[in-house]
Design a protein around this ligand. Structure first.
Ligand code: UN1
Length: 499
């Protein structure tokens, strides 16, 4: 297939079904593999947000009255179009984000899966009927849409995360104002085009671009936005939560992880190496679910190190459009600087650098933002490299003496997104799934690869108890309404007229 081409030089806001005039202020979108500009993205204004919210508010009233199975049909069409354009979308995704093409295809697939899954939800959207305590009285609880929802999405999964949030919101009868990350707006542009083509009524999905300090702030403060769903950095998430708390606005947060793979001394070490390699260096470690700690039983520490080092040599680094490449670039220079900072911190803390630890700037790498897969060993659980999210291809090996210590170390971080254990001991499997304090637990697989029909999110500093994707996502975008229908023909007082 020919390489995908974007047929515009500047993206524009999409408000009330209209692709607007070109913006006054823009910023370039940079391909992190080459350093070259692909397209310009508007720096939308607070006034743009106001118009987007007004359009959403108007559209939502009618959209909420469309029966959910019919709303779902639009999502089904969206899924079909996403499927038809999968290769084009994957290529554009690799260009704007850098992830290797195989992973880009996987990410688009998450969007397709989410569309069909939520299309199915349109014919379920289950509520509950429960018996009333009174005769001739019917009681039920139903899901009601909330209104206008604001979604703020990150650059590392620019299409998948957007679908985890917008599709449940839409099928539940809400309207959306979406701010995608400035680094990766092309997926937003393409997805909005697809929604339009699939017949989503104007105003149900609106897209504004630009900086969080202007556009995100305005969304968070806007009285008519009733829910904010955010995935991104911890600091930003906490600020959003504080403001939403003040306004009593519902907020759903996913703010990263410090995920570990535990390797016990009875584990299949080759399988563990494969799991670590994929979840630590896939997406160049730029996943919230990425493995950045390996907690290894001391009996197999040197065997694991040896096999891991050998396997890391096979990791090809380069432009992700090349099918042979396994590790693509880092998103931008700021990302590289953050990783470099942690390499220095790790060295100062006394961790032993076994592999990598440097960026690649010359020859074939010139212009791009590349970092070598890195392995630290003899890391102590309380070191900063073992506690803080690095968001790059850096793994810290932490030796432990027992299963109990492994669990304790796993749980010693402020985050709680994903964890994994490699063991053949069935008792340890069940103890681990109970005791690992994370929202996602894997057994004999790495820390990445969540499926869209299960809840995605984490405990402790990862979030605030809500979940993306899965049927649980509907809880973010609906209110539970309790409905009582009394058909006795007389006034029956609950708690009082009970015989
Ligand atoms: C993220 O990094 O924020 O489970 C999302 C996974 C992917 C999604 C990651 N399905 O690794």
């Amino acid at each position: 297939m020919a390489e995908a081409v974007l047929h515009t030089k500047q993206l524009t806001n999409y408000i009330d079904g209209i692709w607007e005039e070109k913006a006054v202020e823009t910023t370039p979108v940079i391909n992190p593999a080459t350093g070259q500009s692909i397209v310009d993205v508007p720096l939308s204004t607070a006034e743009d947000v106001d118009r987007a919210v007004a359009a959403a508010k108007k559209a939502q009233k009618e959209w909420a009255l469309v029966p959910a199975p019919q709303r779902a049909e639009v999502l089904f069409k969206i899924g079909t179009l996403l499927k038809e354009r999968k290769e084009r979308l994957a290529q554009l995704l690799t260009m704007e984000n850098g992830k290797v093409i195989e992973e880009a295809r996987g990410e688009v697939q998450e969007g397709i899966d989410m569309a069909f899954y939520m299309a199915g939800e349109g014919r379920r959207m289950f509520g509950q009927t429960v018996p009333s305590e009174l005769k001739d009285k019917f009681a039920m609880s139903v899901r009601a849409p909330i209104g206008v929802v604001g979604i703020i999405t990150p650059w590392n999964f620019p299409i998948a995360i957007a679908t985890w949030k917008s599709f449940p919101a839409i099928v539940a009868g809400n309207a959306v104002v979406w701010k995608p990350a400035t680094e990766t707006p092309i997926m937003a542009y393409e997805l909005a085009k697809i929604c339009e083509e699939a017949g989503l009524p104007k105003g149900v999905l609106n897209v504004v671009f630009g900086k969080g300090s202007t556009v995100g702030d305005k969304m968070v403060h806007h009285d008519d936005i009733r829910v904010i769903s955010f995935t991104g950095s911890n600091d930003t998430g906490r600020n959003i939560a504080a403001e939403c708390g003040r306004q009593l606005k519902k907020v759903s947060l996913e703010m990263g992880g410090k995920n570990a793979v535990i390797v016990m001394d009875d584990a299949d070490l080759d399988l563990a190496v494969e799991g670590i390699l994929w979840s630590a260096f896939g997406t160049s470690g730029q996943r919230c679910t990425a493995c950045s700690r390996v907690i290894v039983h001391e009996n197999v520490k040197s065997a694991l190190e040896e096999r891991l080092l050998a396997a890391m040599e096979g990791l090809t680094i380069g432009n992700g459009l090349d099918e042979k490449i396994k590790v693509g670039p880092i998103i931008n220079q700021a990302g590289i600087e953050k990783i470099n900072k942690y390499i220095e911190i790790g060295k100062q803390e006394g961790a032993k650098l076994l592999a990598g630890g440097f960026e690649l700037k010359d020859g074939a790498y010139a212009g791009g933002y590349y970092f070598t897969p890195t392995l630290f060993t003899d890391v102590r659980a309380d070191m900063r490299i073992a506690q803080e999210e690095i968001f790059g291809p850096v793994v810290s090996l932490i030796p432990v003496k027992s299963f109990a210590e492994a669990i304790e170390v796993n749980n010693s971080v402020t985050y709680g997104l994903s964890s994994s254990i490699f063991t053949r001991d069935v008792n340890q499997v069940f103890q681990a799934q109970r005791d690992l304090d994370t929202g996602i637990v894997y057994v004999n697989a790495g820390t990445t690869g969540a499926e869209i029909h299960l809840p995605f999110g984490g405990t402790k500093g990862t979030g605030n108890g809500h979940r993306d994707s899965g049927v649980q996502a509907l809880d973010v975008f609906t209110e539970w309404k309790a409905v009582y229908v009394d058909y006795s023909g007389k006034l029956q007082r609950a708690q009082i007229d009970v015989e």
